[in-house]
Design a protein around this ligand. Structure first.
Ligand code: FAD
Length: 292
């Protein structure tokens, strides 16, 4: 199948982009890497009158360490650029480790950070990473700029807090310092497929050896990535050496509702896989925090 006809726009500034989005409303969408949008258009799962291409917007690309102890990643930065970045590897290891799990290198060469977050697939890695690290998303609209905490960004299946005329311009990932550990684990049927279930963990141990920061996120296990807050609360203040990774996996997944059930696996199967992914990620993150 071929996409329905549309008008193509290639503006040069973010202001022009949001001007076009404001003018055409739900008839228009931005296109970044096209790795999710183009298949949807080609299959006519989406049909649009206007496509607004971000390819000329250099200011939406780049990776910078900022003075406020964040790493800023421009929304149109490709996943491949994130994977190559020494800055990301050193300062935001969870983002670096999640990136090679996205599709194949051809997809990561075109697919962008902002596209992945704005598309908000329930099984995508970046929304879970942003949630885990308490990232902040920068958005621009004809009404001005605003910052959206990752916790308020994901609304449901392929749905975010972005308004129709809003452009994601960048993401600020906080740099966690101290004795920290980070891990991402997922299970997919074939390398490069979306995960059946996955988990990200970030934790920090204080000088007395107790957990003073802990974040666990799940993906592929509901309409959006989500934090396992009950498990996090139970773990804060404990000695990570005294924790049982399998118990944590069970605790993190026991209150899940709306787990998908399809030909790739039943809800029960996904929950079991999710618990195992939490356990593996927990183990890896604890090892890193205590021994590296
Ligand atoms: C075979 C295959 C396997 C894949 N596997 C995975 C995987 O394992 N994990 C994973 O996470 N992803 C996977 N993907 C998706 C891939 O990561 C996409 O790159 C990503 O979902 C979308 O990024 P994009 O830049 O291509 O966005 P596009 O396809 O261009 O856009 C996607 C959506 O985001 C919106 N959008 C894009 N940029 C912005 C912005 N700056 N502001 C506001 N809205 C914006 C668009 O309007 C559109 O609605 C896979 C894709 C394919 C084809």
């Amino acid at each position: 199948m071929k996409p329905a006809p549309f008008r193509y726009h290639a503006p040069e500034t973010p202001g022009e982009v949001v001007g076009l989005l404001g003018e055409w409303g739900d008839e228009a969408k931005v296109i970044a890497g096209g790795q999710s949008l183009v298949p949807m258009l080609a299959l006519r799962l989406a049909s649009l009158g206007h496509l607004v291409d971000l390819r000329r917007l250099d200011e939406l690309r780049g990776i910078e360490r900022r003075d406020d102890d964040t790493v800023w990643v421009g929304a149109a930065t490709t996943q491949a650029a994130v994977q190559r970045s020494e800055e990301v590897r050193a300062a935001v290891p969870l983002l670096a480790r999640a990136t090679p799990l996205i599709g194949h290198f051809q997809i990561r060469s075109r697919g962008t950070v902002g596209g992945s977050l704005a598309h908000a697939d329930a099984a995508a890695e970046y929304p879970a990473v942003a949630l885990t690290l308490d990232a902040e998303l920068e958005a621009l609209s004809p009404r001005g700029r605003r910052t959206i905490p990752a916790a308020n960004f994901l609304n449901g299946v392929w749905t975010t807090a972005l308004a129709e005329d809003e452009l994601l311009t960048g993401v600020r990932f906080p740099v966690w310092s101290g004795r920290c550990g980070f891990a991402v684990e997922e299970f997919a049927r074939r390398s490069g497929d979306f995960a059946i279930a996955g988990a990200t963990v970030a934790l920090r141990v204080d000088p007395a050896g107790r957990l003073d920061r802990c974040a666990i996120s799940l993906f592929g296990l509901g309409p959006t990535a989500r934090r396992a807050t009950a498990a996090e609360t139970a773990l804060l203040g404990t000695d990570p050496l005294g924790t049982d990774a399998e118990d944590i996996g069970r605790l993190a997944t026991e209150d899940l509702d709306s787990v998908p059930s399809d030909l790739h696996g039943s809800a029960l199967y996904r929950i079991r896989v999710g618990a195992a992914m939490v356990a593996r990620a927990w183990h890896g993150a604890v090892q890193e925090a205590l021994h590296d």
